[in-house]
Ligand binder design. Sequence first.
Ligand SMILES: NC(=O)C1=CN([C@@H]2O[C@H](COP(=O)(O)OP(=O)(O)OC[C@H]3O[C@@H](n4cnc5c(N)ncnc54)[C@H](OP(=O)(O)O)[C@@H]3O)[C@@H](O)[C@H]2O)C=CC1
Ligand SMILES: CC(=O)C(=O)O
Ligand SMILES: [Mg+2]
Length: 561
Amino acid sequence: MSSGDALDGSAVALAGVRDFYGEDLATVDQLVTPWSFSVASGYSLLRDPRHNKGLAFTEKERDAHYLHGLLPPVIMPQELQEKKFMMSLRQYQVPLHKYMAMIDLQERNERLFYKLLIDNVEELLPFVYTPTVGEACQKYGSIFRHPQGLFISLKDRGQILDILKNWPEKNVQVIIVTDGERILGLGDLGCQGMGIPVGKLCLYTALGGVRPSACLPITLDVGTNNQKLLDDEFYIGLRQNRAKGEEYAEFVHEFMSAVKQNYGEKILVHFEDFANHNAFDLLEKYRSTHLVFNDDIQGTASVVLAGLIAAVKLLGGALADHKFLFLGAGEAGTGIAELIALHMSKQTNEPIEEMRKRIWLVDSKGLVVSSRKESLQKFKLPWAHEHEPITTLLEAVQDIKPTVLIGTSGQGKTFTKEVIEAMSDLNEKPLILALSNPTSQSECTAEEAYTWSQGKAIFASGSPFPPFEYEGKTFVPGQANNAYIFPGLAEALASQVTDENFAMGIIYPPFKSIRKISAHIAAKVAAKAYELGLASLLPRPDDLCKLAESCMYSPVYRNYR
Ligand SMILES: NC(=O)C1=CN([C@@H]2O[C@H](COP(=O)(O)OP(=O)(O)OC[C@H]3O[C@@H](n4cnc5c(N)ncnc54)[C@H](OP(=O)(O)O)[C@@H]3O)[C@@H](O)[C@H]2O)C=CC1
Ligand SMILES: CC(=O)C(=O)O
Ligand SMILES: [Mg+2]
């Protein structure tokens, strides 16, 4: 196509956003891809991950699809394949090897991959997701085998719509896009950040039940400022420094326009792991024209609020009785802080400005206070309260006297023994959330939180920690990770925490029941949509939870005619 034509607003309006197949009069001047569809059989069926069943093909299917001779005689049902794969996976000692084995399986046999992930979610999540996915991104160039999403680089300017059309799935419903600048707490990983949208979309399917073909991972390669990667002979991205300013904005705008033109108004664009100097602006810029969601700002806020609502049940009192101190005043920190303030304002009928006064943030320069206003980024301004400057976290804890301490700094080991002890001196049950990922960047470990607080802390973390025994009592740390929610409702998640969970000090329900949790959250979201008159499925089904469960992707092999 002549690239510019589809990109301004008027062309988008004319072009018929749903014309995937190039059949509308409005699009006659545009080039289209000549798609053809055929039934996979024989060797190509075995090489097609979406339809491959490995040794599970029946005699009848082997007859009908020209598979005889291509497989050994045995017919192995999916359950036995699953058992076999789990046995071999457990042999690997190195987490990255488990990650690679899982990715290989996904590329070979998608349904078996998801069956494994769904049935063994607590065991496998740490490999497909944080912490291992962080290491995978750092080494993505060396372990790269097959592309699992779209790489759109600055070289593709003017042709982004064409690039989107190269993706084989037409009915995409959700895109997770990153530009790789703030990958977990590991910083700028450039094009190698692709592991994050790929991993997160696996969770949309495994945890949330969204079909895999509806999910599209995208990395926008605008360069990297990570010199180590630029010098790495196996680096897979553009070897240049990051585009910024207008060049960056125009590139992202072409992408956002092309996405809507190709997939329609309802496509969800989930922004992930952008640096905060772009993340807030992108959310603001596109929230009125696109269905956008920033997981680090909004998803994290929901999950943390859910944990706090549950924790308050354990502690007694109301959320507004608490005082919050954050280490880290970026996307996650200010996103969570704002949702807490909103929630407290709703609960107390007090203005949000009053509620914000109960929340304090520390950044790399110390406590965010009004005397710093001139030099603060916009998203920190609501938190710049009147106070003397304070430079260290320990002093901030001693002075502010928080009941809740939340780590969103991306800096490991910053909740020191002194900090945890100070929290424990101040509170009978200090609530400590070390949210930074991966494990290496966690503000403290579960063991440190429980030991230094002498078993008093209620603790949850962004990456998983195993249960820890302290003086004969077993503490099970919860995982405060946006994986629970990617768009969802905090109250719906909090209501899933049972008395049994509370008894172990957990403020999040276990991941093993995640599909039930997701259905419950989806039902609450749908109920809200009906309440607001936004739902299109009419009449309203009686049991929204059952409906949500019935819509979920099932990884069970299908029978072929
Ligand atoms: N558990 C979960 O679900 C989630 C976890 N996270 C994790 O949270 C972390 C932060 O992410 P995000 O908020 O997006 O990142 P940002 O870069 O937006 O924010 C980081 C903040 O930490 C501050 N900071 C950095 N170093 C220090 C230090 N030594 N002492 C005090 N403050 C410091 C920065 O200060 P300054 O502003 O001065 O630079 C900034 O305010 C990451 O590790 C990420 O993995 C993120 C989203 C979800
Ligand atoms: C979990 C997540 O989104 C992050 O650490 O960035
Ligand atoms: Mg993230």
